[in-house]
Design a protein around this ligand. Structure first.
Ligand SMILES: [Zn+2]
Length: 383
């Protein structure tokens, strides 16, 4: 179920993050387990705030201000756009004046939490309660190494949907194999690469939960689970390595025209050597219909920019959809593939609804539930 998976998702992202004191990951994750009720608090589910972090003006570069009612009344809390954003925000929060001196107390995880604990939550036994959760946090971090792949295996399956590859666009800080590190940046300052990863992680967990409930088996593999870049051909190669039935690439659009909006989905054109054109088009059409349905449920005015063949050549072409890269030219069972430009994050309304507003994470989940249904529906009919 998505709730149960959220803390695993956070652990997987954290395991892949570069932080200044890596040996403090275990104690900070333990602290977040405690603060968020293992990722089940509304603050965690709706705002990716696993630390109970109240909003402070210094947090503006990391978080938006959200009203939230906790056990001690209504207050302003930090709302984060992505799990990576929360991790960066937590360390920025600790970097503020009340915690001055913490960097002289980092030689062991225990010493760190005994130093910051009394400032963070001045109740007795707080640090010891966090320390008690460290083995659980360590287990989550260790399990995270294979977090790019997840499977639904219900006890009495009626249908195997096969393997799906999800490809979050961009990543990292340098260009790799034709893949740029980032393209669009949202009105609120969130990078497309971060949002694409979050969408793929949510989509994966929804697919697993939906399939399990429908007694279907499915395996979902991500081409990346952290902020690293992967070359275009290497992303497509996941399809042949995993003998996948389908690949879905997720990107967001950006434009200097702030009014630009809408969703569009691409498949490889015949002119780009597509050997399973009709199958790709049918898959792209089904996924796009799910995407549009979901987007219109949160914003009825969502513009349909259509399902389109990618007939570009040169650097603008969507190379990840090429049959040569997907391994389709020497496989009897071909992988269908489509490329979503989910929305324009440079549009203020879209930013509020999907990126930075108080309902952004709930809206994402609602949109992606429809995308997951569409993908499963189509994969069920694939040979
Ligand atoms: Zn992109």
């Amino acid at each position: 179920m998505p709730e149960a998976k959220l803390i695993e998702r956070l652990a997987a992202v954290y395991a892949g993050e570069d932080i200044r004191y890596p040996h403090l990951k275990v104690v900070t994750l333990a602290q977040w387990l405690l603060e968020s009720g293992r990722g089940t608090s509304d603050l965690a589910k709706l705002h990716y705030n696993f630390g109970g972090l109240k909003y402070r003006p210094e947090m503006a570069p990391y978080a938006s201000k959200v009203r939230y009612e906790a056990h001690d009344g209504v207050d302003n809390y930090c709302g984060f756009a992505t799990l990576e954003g929360f991790i960066a925000g937590y360390w920025a929060f600790i970097g503020r004046a009340p915690y001055t001196g913490w960097e002289s107390n980092v030689d062991t995880p225990e010493r760190f939490i005994r130093f910051i604990g009394p400032v963070y939550t001045p109740s007795t036994g707080y640090a010891e309660a966090v320390i008690k959760l460290m083995p659980e946090a360590q287990a989550l971090l260790s399990a995270a190494s294979d977090a790019g792949a997840a499977e639904a295996t219900p006890t009495s399956p009626v249908k195997d949907l096969g393997t799906l590859i999800l490809d979050p666009g961009h990543g990292g800080t340098t260009k790799v194999g034709g893949s740029s590190p980032n393209n669009a940046i949202s009105v609120s300052g969130v990078k497309e690469k971060k949002l694409a990863l979050d969408f793929c992680l949510i989509l994966r967990d929804l697919l697993i939960a939906q399939a399990a409930a429908a007694k279907q088996t499915i395996k979902v593999v991500l081409t990346r689970t952290t902020d690293v870049n992967v070359g275009i051909a290497a992303r497509a190669a996941f399809a042949s390595t995993h003998k996948a039935k389908a690949l879905v690439v997720i990107h967001f659009n950006g434009s200097t025209n702030a009014a630009a909006s809408g969703a569009e989905t691409f498949f490889a054109a015949a002119s780009n050597g597509n050997t399973n054109l009709a199958d790709d088009k049918a898959f792209a059409t089904a996924v796009h219909a799910g995407l549009l349905k979901g987007l219109r449920a949160v914003n009825p005015a969502t513009k349909d920019r259509g399902v389109k063949p990618d007939d570009q050549t040169g650097p603008g072409a969507l190379g990840v959809l090429r049959d040569t890269a997907l391994g389709n030219t020497n496989r009897p069972k071909k992988c269908v593939a489509c490329y979503i430009e989910a929305e324009f994050i440079t549009n203020r309304t879209v930013d509020k609804l999907l990126v930075s507003g108080p309902d952004a994470i709930a809206n994402r989940t609602a949109v992606l539930a429809d995308v997951a249904k569409a993908i499963r529906g189509h994969m069920a009919g694939l040979p």
